[in-house]
Design a protein around this ligand. Structure first.
Ligand SMILES: Cc1cc2nc3c(=O)[nH]c(=O)nc-3n(C[C@H](O)[C@H](O)[C@H](O)COP(=O)(O)O)c2cc1C
Length: 193
């Protein structure tokens, strides 16, 4: 039996009742059989400081980088703050992206989704995320796009994703991410969804 693809999930919100973390948990449950999801927390990472990095990144950063580097693929759930990524998520990306020569992000198959209270459900934050991903040389899945609007109507009080349409989209995104990862690792045929 082939080993499962190990996908690292990162939410850009530290909030206890974060809809984006709920979305990642739902992805863990909807994951195709060939893959598994490990959710990493980013709240303990210090603010990026190039002096600290060059003197030797602290263990919490090393561990974070090692886990991201070892992952077969990445799945991000991005909230939108003031039309962009959250500061904590950008900070985590900045740590993972250095040193450039051994960046943990370079070449990673990556998918993004997001939930926000606003009318456009993180579309602007996701666009900024994709812009950052270009420079970090991550290989993004293009479709489906998942912008969860009115998340309080889609997640139950227990934090589970109840909305069937969103479940279906998340399933499709995960299948695309798994196939894209296989393409990049083994050159298998890929059809965009
Ligand atoms: C500082 C701040 C800025 C925000 N800016 C936006 C925004 O630009 N667009 C938007 O759709 N929602 C915005 N929101 C609402 C968040 O999308 C909402 O709080 C969402 O639930 C955050 O994700 P989370 O549930 O995973 O914590 C903002 C919230 C905060 C705290």
């Amino acid at each position: 039996m082939e080993r499962k693809l190990h996908i690292i999930g990162i939410s850009g919100s530290l909030r206890k009742a974060s809809f984006n973390r709920m979305l990642l948990r739902a992805a863990g449950e909807l994951m195709p059989a060939e893959a598994e999801l490990e959710i990493l927390e980013i709240g303990d990472l210090p603010y990026y400081n190039q002096d600290v990095d060059e003197a030797g990144a602290p263990p919490v950063v090393q561990e974070f980088r090692d886990k991201v580097r070892a992952a077969d693929a990445l799945l991000f759930a991005v909230p939108e703050y003031n039309y962009s990524l959250t500061g904590v998520l950008k900070n985590a990306i900045d740590w993972a992206s250095r040193p450039v020569a051994t960046s943990a992000l370079r070449g990673k198959p990556t998918a993004v989704m997001g939930a926000s209270g606003g009318a456009f459900g993180t579309v602007r934050a996701q666009l900024h995320f994709r812009q950052v991903a270009v420079f970090c040389d991550m290989h993004m899945v293009n479709k489906p796009e998942i912008m969860v609007r009115e998340p309080s109507r889609k997640f139950g009080p227990n934090g589970r994703l109840d909305d069937e349409e969103t479940q279906q989209l998340v399933r499709q995104l995960l299948v695309s991410l798994v196939e894209w990862t296989q393409v990049l690792q083994h050159g298998r045929a890929y059809v965009s969804r």
